[in-house]
Design a protein around this ligand. Structure first.
Ligand code: WTA
Length: 713
């Protein structure tokens, strides 16, 4: 992999880079110390914690996380490595995740809030759900699932639910029974839900009639009909659809309730009122849930997470990285349909007995001051969200946070690399300079954080997630499987050397795919029984600086190869965003006869700025200045909005398809499908007018464009 090519490197110097290199041009950023007063109250405020998680103490170090839970039976073996890479944690131990998140708090915290649900309409009443109330709701729904649906431990159930409290209630109820839940992000299409049902062989669907999004009630139940149709095509007959109602007693959907198949949950629940169900004592290595993640190719992969290891890992990391204390008011502004929501809205925070805030709607409804009003009103002191939300709020309401009286002690960013400029806005404007930021890097498959600073102990550095998380041993390999020297700043494939409790057990039903996707590449001896021979490939490119901080360059498949130079999309985008007028940027490759591919940029502006050639010029110049002439964009398209998934990730393959006059692929998971046609019209008509329409793409090129960036969707 490449030497770090500093900003000053000329295009000629860069030409010496080999095909395999990812060129890196990031500037080193200055560090920020944790705010005064934070450390004293922090859960991790003693350097000794770093010692107790040192590599020599592996795997026993993770017992500290397991001990945060209440076990029915203690484990016999901390880590069983006898069948790599199917590592097993806390073997012999028995516990129940729901009992850990709900029942065990009843003695001391029955009347404290567990969930605080904020509906999107601002005049609607906020629901405060205490641990006692959560216990009641969870038990009643568990009774229903057990009795009416006839499901037992190990069976799968699919949820297609938005951000309403009935979602965590349903999750915890199933966790109580050992029924494996598989929540499909509410914004996904019915077909996407049906495919996932078929993969999980799940015959019961839990959904809702409607929910608020951007001021309107969306018809959600219609998606259940599509899901059932799709599952049927794939050979699975859905037997029961349990339909929650967003507004009690009312039904807001065009979709008819099918006799004998569709049932209103509120009606069924009458029979189970006041019923209690004993939590089922499960083995630590039993499955808690599936979370599907889309791969570049092939059907989605069901990441299968374990009851014991997963719960221990998210509880421990919630405690030390989110710095959650029971009396905090914690708001993770993400969707539970995403792994972040499972780990850091539901399981981690509730295991710690804190109050976890959920918000139904979009960040900017009815205006971009909304999140800060919620924070002020509820006294939120820990805030957690994704760069896409931060960019959107910066774009539409840069001065809003200052108008509200809230105080955060910590803030998290998660989901993609954050541009240093955006980080600084988050720190100074949203955090008012008072909050420690954790930039938590991880993925669906890993259950919890892999890289982050400990907020009370380690300084922050914009754009870097920080060092490896406690007990995690990160290593970067080059193209040939050689370890890159630590701290050398050279880019490569980041991997985790050791097993850790949060890692998924396997890909549901596809053990071989699990090995192939995450282990095959850097495992040198497939018969080895030594865990050291089984580094887990995360799929991201990264560099480690001298201070041991990791900078994530994005997914390996997001790299744009211009004449043999591998340019990371994120650094192109970070350069573009330095331009004052720019709110968001996306880099995509266009096929070029001479250089193979060249860069094309898509830009969305902050409000109050007009699209102009001058802005496009500035973007181009900044990229050339920061990265080099090799990265000069062929075009800079200023568009009203980017095509995004509902979790806010820009779908680069869609705009790559447009730029290349190629197929844009599946757009069923887009939050704003309407922008696709308008961007196509804008870009392709201009290109046609210039005579810039590519010759027919080769099959390989078509595949590359179609897959571009899809690993990070
Ligand atoms: C990216 C989300 C940089 C990364 C939890 C990873 C990040 C993918 C960060 C996983 C971060 C997540 N800095 N990149 N702090 N967090 N990513 O499965 O490319 O939805 O591989 O899990 O998001 O996305 P996933």
């Amino acid at each position: 992999m490449a030497e770090v090519t500093k900003e000053s490197a000329s295009a000629e110097e860069q030409d010496e880079a080999s095909e395999a290199q990812i060129a890196v041009h990031w500037r080193e950023e200055e560090s920020y110390q944790p705010p005064a007063g934070f450390k004293e109250q922090a859960n991790a405020n003693d350097q000794a914690i770093l010692e107790s998680f040192a590599a020599e103490r592996f795997p026993d170090s993770f017992v500290e996380y397991a001990e945060l839970l209440t076990w029915d039976r203690k484990w016999d073996t901390v880590l069983d490595t006898s069948s790599p890479p199917f590592f097993k944690w806390f073997v012999g131990g028995r516990l129940n995740a729901c009992a850990n998140c709900v029942d065990r708090h009843l003695e001391t915290r029955a009347d404290k809030n567990a969930l605080i649900w904020v509906p999107e309409p601002e005049d609607a009443e906020i629901q405060e759900i205490t641990y006692a109330e959560l216990h009641r709701r969870v038990n009643e729904f568990a009774a229903l699932v057990q009795d009416f649906s006839g499901l037992q431990a190990g069976d799968r159930i699919t949820f297609h639910m938005p951000m309403v409290p009935e979602l965590p209630v349903s999750m915890l109820a199933c966790a109580r029974l050992g029924v494996v839940h598989s929540e499909v992000f509410g914004g996904f299409s019915g077909a996407a839900c049906g495919q996932r049902m078929a993969d999980a062989k799940s015959t019961v669907l839990v959904t809702i009639d409607t929910y608020y999004r951007n001021g309107t009630l969306i018809d959600h139940k219609v998606k259940a009909d599509e899901a059932i149709e799709e599952a049927r095509k794939e050979g699975i007959e859905v037997e029961k659809v349990l339909v929650w109602r967003r507004i009690p007693g009312e039904y807001h959907s065009e979709s008819p309730m099918v006799e004998g198949r569709d049932f209103f949950v509120d009606e069924l629940l009458e029979k189970y009122s006041g019923q209690q169900v004993e939590p089922v004592s499960l083995s630590a290595t039993d499955t808690l849930f599936l979370m599907y993640t889309s791969g570049t190719t092939g059907r989605p992969k069901g990441a299968q997470h374990a009851v014991g290891g997963y719960l221990a890992y998210v509880t421990g990391t919630s405690k030390y990285y989110q710095d959650i204390h029971p009396d905090d008011t914690y708001w993770c502004f993400a969707d539970i349909g995403w792994i972040t929501g499972h780990s850091y809205i539901v399981y981690g925070p509730l295991a710690l007995g804190t109050a976890s805030v959920m918000y139904e709607g979009v960040p900017t409804y009815p205006d971009p001051g909304r999140p800060w009003r919620i924070a002020e009103k509820l006294g939120v002191n820990i805030f957690h969200t994704a760069p896409t939300t931060i960019r959107m709020l910066r774009k539409l309401g840069p001065d809003e946070p200052a108008k509200y009286d809230y105080h955060f002690k910590t803030m998290t960013t998660v989901g993609e690399p954050i541009e240093p400029d955006v980080w600084r806005w988050y720190y100074t404007v949203v955090g008012k300079g008072e909050a420690a930021i954790t930039d938590t890097w991880w993925m669906t498959e890993t259950g919890g954080f892999l890289g982050s600073t400990l907020p009370g102990l380690q300084p922050m550095k914009p754009g870097s997630c920080g060092p490896a998380a406690l007990g995690i041993q990160l290593v970067i390999y080059d193209e040939n499987g050689e370890e890159i020297r630590r701290g050398s700043g050279k880019a490569g494939y980041i991997c985790v050397r050791n097993p850790w409790p949060g890692r998924m057990l396997t890909v549901w039903g596809q053990d071989q795919r699990f090995i192939d996707t995450y282990y095959a590449r850097f495992n040198k001896d497939s018969s080895s029984k030594d865990w050291r021979d089984w580094p887990f490939m995360c799929g991201d490119g990264a560099v480690e600086a001298q201070d041991g901080y990791f900078r994530i360059l994005g997914r390996i498949d997001d790299v744009i190869n211009v004449a043999g130079h591998r340019l990371g999309t994120k650094e192109l985008e970070s350069a573009a965003i330095e331009v004052e007028e720019v709110a968001e940027a996306a880099a995509v490759p266009v096929v070029d006869e001479i250089r193979g591919k060249i860069v094309e940029m898509y830009i969305a502006l902050k409000p109050g700025y007009e699209a102009s050639d001058e802005v496009a010029q500035k973007v181009s110049q900044t990229i050339v200045k920061d990265i080099g002439a090799i990265a000069r964009p062929k075009n800079v398209w200023i568009v009203p909005d980017m095509p995004k998934t509902r979790s806010g990730k820009i779908m680069r393959r869609v705009i790559a398809g447009i730029s290349n006059f190629a197929d844009v692929g599946d757009t069923s998971t887009l939050a704003n499908p309407e922008v696709v046609d308008s961007i196509r019209e804008q870009v392709q008509s201009e290109k046609r007018a210039r005579g810039d329409v590519p010759q027919d793409l080769s099959a390989k090129e078509k595949d590359e464009i179609a897959a571009f960036g899809s690993g990070s969707e």
